[in-house]
Ligand binder design. Structure first.
Ligand code: DAH
Length: 356
């Protein structure tokens, strides 16, 4: 029957569904209605004129084709009208329920970075033992970062390939560890160390090394340093304190083990492992099946470190430790890529809300 209809009407018929969908409000729908089924000069009116002048034997078929088309247009228009009216009503309802006197909706809140939370927690664990927080600058001198820590002139950490030196001065650098806070604090408290009865502190903060960024390395990361100086301090005190702290952190059944290691600023030095908190030391991906995870470096303060600060190593002794925060946070949260901790993606930070 379509062959009875002129081409432009067929085209208009084909364009109808799209034109209908494009009507975003009742006014444009009314205009479309006029074009298709209006009384005058519409497609439907044209069709009626065609019908009038059609040869008699075509009238029946043509009439049926025209009716079908008109009906299709009218139904489409009615349906779209109902849709637009509903949308308008709900928009009106929304507008009338909006109370300008109400406070604005609270913006989405971020969460404290999990690395800061972990450092805060370490501070809280040590606070009852009398440890306070010491801070040092991120731009350090060679003297504090290396010399005061008994790090020899030829140590690889001093090389410009490992450390960010500052162009403004050859002896300034971005600290490579939190250990220079040991030197600064000892230098400051040395004159009245006896009156104080020693010193004990934690030093959390950022450190920098020339590492390429990958899932487990970053040129900027965090450490927490711990130090205690007193009379007659030995390995037993270090071990007892770490056992207390690491159990507070990882759970009461945590075991620790000390393995001999070398750091220039301690003697003896050790690396400390905890029984894997994730699998209960049974062996898993995180502990690589061994049941142990390395958590920090520690040892008894080297006499040269005390001497540098003007403290007599025959009278005073102590211990120190340094731990990597990202490493611990990655393990606790089973985050495989440390870059996530720095990217400020609120979804990650919110999900990490449960790091406790
Ligand atoms: N400063 C060392 C590092 O960055 C970590 C460390 C090891 C700190 C042993 C200490 C310590 O205080 O006793 O690798």
């Amino acid at each position: 029957m379509d062959q009875l209809l002129p081409a432009e009407i067929l085209e208009a018929g084909q364009a109808f569904p799209r034109a209908l969908a494009a009507c975003g409000d009742l006014d444009s729908l009314l205009r479309l209605k006029g074009i298709y089924v209006g009384r005058e000069a519409s497609h439907a009116a044209r069709l009626m004129e065609l019908l009038k002048v059609a040869p008699k034997e075509q009238k029946r078929d043509l009439g049926a084709a025209i009716n079908a088309l008109k009906q299709q247009w009218e139904e489409g228009l009615k349906h779209r009208q109902a849709e637009l009216e509903t949308a308008k009503k709900s928009l009106n309802a929304l507008a009338s329920s909006w109370d300008p006197a109400l406070p604005p909706p609270t913006p989405a809140q971020g969460a404290l970075n999990p690395l800061n939370r972990l450092m805060d927690r370490l501070v809280e664990v040590f606070r009852p033992l009398g440890f306070h927080v010491e801070e040092g600058p991120e731009v350090e001198t060679e003297a504090h970062n290396f010399d005061g820590l008994n790090i020899p002139e030829d140590h690889p950490a001093k090389a410009s390939s490992d450390t960010f030196y500052l162009a403004v001065h050859p002896e300034l650098l971005l600290r490579t560890h939190t250990s220079p806070v040991q030197v600064r604090t000892l230098l400051r408290v040395a004159p009245d160390l006896a009156a104080r009865g020693g010193v004990r502190f934690l030093a959390p903060g950022r450190v920098y090394r020339k590492d390429e960024i990958d899932p487990t390395h970053s040129p900027m990361f965090h450490q927490v340093e711990g130090m205690l100086v007193g009379h007659g301090i030995g390995m037993q005190h270090l071990k007892g304190t770490l056992e207390y702290a690491l159990r507070a952190l990882f759970g009461p059944h945590t075991e620790i083990r000390l393995r001999p290691s070398y750091f220039p600023f301690v003697e003896p030095g050790c690396e400390v492992d905890v029984s894997c908190p994730l699998c209960g030391a049974k062996g898993c991906r995180v502990c690589k099946g061994s049941g142990w995870v390395e958590i920090l470096g520690a040892g008894l303060i080297h006499p040269n470190v005390l001497r540098y600060a003007g403290i007599d190593p025959d009278e005073w002794s102590g211990w120190a430790f340094g731990m990597g925060v990202e490493r611990m946070a990655m393990m606790l949260s089973q985050t495989p890529d440390l870059r996530l901790f720095f990217e400020n993606d609120q979804r990650f930070l919110q999900a990490m809300g449960g790091l406790d």
